[in-house]
Design a protein around this ligand. Sequence first.
Ligand code: BES
Ligand code: MN
Ligand code: ZN
Length: 492
Amino acid sequence: MDYTVSSKQPAQLKVDCLVVTLNKGAETLPAALPEETRALISDCVKDGDFKGSKHQTLLLQRPAGLAARRLLLVGTGSDAPLNVVAFLQLAASVAKGVASTGAKSAAWWLGNIEVKEQDGAGVLREAARAVADAGYRYDIYRGDAAPAPALKRFTFLSELPAAQAKKAVAAGTAIAAGMALAKDLGNCPPNVCHPDYLVEQAKALAAAYPALKLKTLSEKQAEKLGMGAFCSVARGSERDGQIMIFEYQGGKGDPVALVGKGITFDTGGISLKPGASMDEMKYDMCGAASVFGTVKAVCELGLPINLVAVVVAAENMPDGRASRPGDIVRTLSGQTVEILNTDAEGRLVLCDALTYVQQKYEPSAVVDIATLTGACVIALGAHAQAVYANDAELAQALLVAGDECGDRGWPMPLWDDYQEQLDSPFADMANIGGPKAGSITAACFLSRFTKEVSWAHLDIAGTAWVSGGKQKGATGRPVPMLTRYLMNLAGQ
Ligand code: BES
Ligand code: MN
Ligand code: ZN
């Protein structure tokens, strides 16, 4: 798909489909539309065909006063400016509405749109991201895959200066491309998407961008380095664990580090999970997938920053060499861990990766991203990722970034009071903290490996995929939040 911008008046653009969104009631019609077009819309409203209700669509052929062949009206369902989350949903409806027509070219006039706490460039960027993201499909294994939509060109009509508008649309589509990569990896079945597959994907990504370098550590190399916690998880599977390290050089100074949990399937190990919905544990590598997606977006944008991005991949399986409850392992940091539950494996693979990235790169900040706990889903549901940090400024930067792009986080406590839940009689700590505050004690565990650095942890267990029936699928979150955070650091 080709995404372009234009500053033409809505009536002048010769496209197959022009989209105009209208507020609830559709009473005041935009003066930028010709008299005849407004009269046509008024008739539709008077006759009760269009009410401007939320995501209502009405398609009009050969609309009076317009060069466009069709006019698609879409209701916002509100008479006040939308917040960014509601705007993203509106943009997805616009994209779906257009895709359901036979139009080969479409344009969305943004001149009458106001979004809370967004300037014109932000509106355009998020519109482009949502429209591009709405076209995402994962149907490579389906015999009945829907044919590709007719649409080839989508134009955003904006009054911004052309260069600024182009940049905003490019940013939006770059972020959508990163989300699509994260979704593809997340949705990929776990018999295909295993640690070696992620290495192949990492090689392909690194080959696509000259600014990107890739290093990998095999399970054997990790063992030699002393990553006893990571290896204790990886050992339980026939498939070897793998660690991937992307180095992106776009600027000066210490890099920001991202670390993604990449459990390509989480059976729970010997502490086996119950069967219901276990298939969804293929999504236990969505932290890793979001690292891939963010790296891709950063490369597409060519951000002037330095970034090191680590993917720590293993399959949590109950093989003959799998960890038992009661096993004690030595982490790369030297601290020992008593494994009381082999299903709390995410923190075990992450802790060694967190130590590694600090030892090797002296990053200015470290952010890990993980589908870490079911407790996080209970606490925050599907709307916000949990944000933990040992640095209030870093937490704030991530929360603000999330708010700006509708990929929201919510701050959670990391108080010392919770730490004692991790006490073990036999090792420096246990890998679980009991039934209370499970997302917090998981974060407390990680905090013991990040004492010397500005660090944040995103628990994305509730946001990384949509559960259940037909709409099951990866969301591509938190690629928008992370990319926005890095764009803000780069002053973009
Ligand atoms: N990958 C899971 C967390 C998870 C579960 C995410 C369900 C989304 C939905 C993680 O490895 C895990 O199993 N965590 C345990 C920790 C417990 C044993 C302390 C959990 O949340 O049950
Ligand atoms: Mn688990
Ligand atoms: Zn897991």
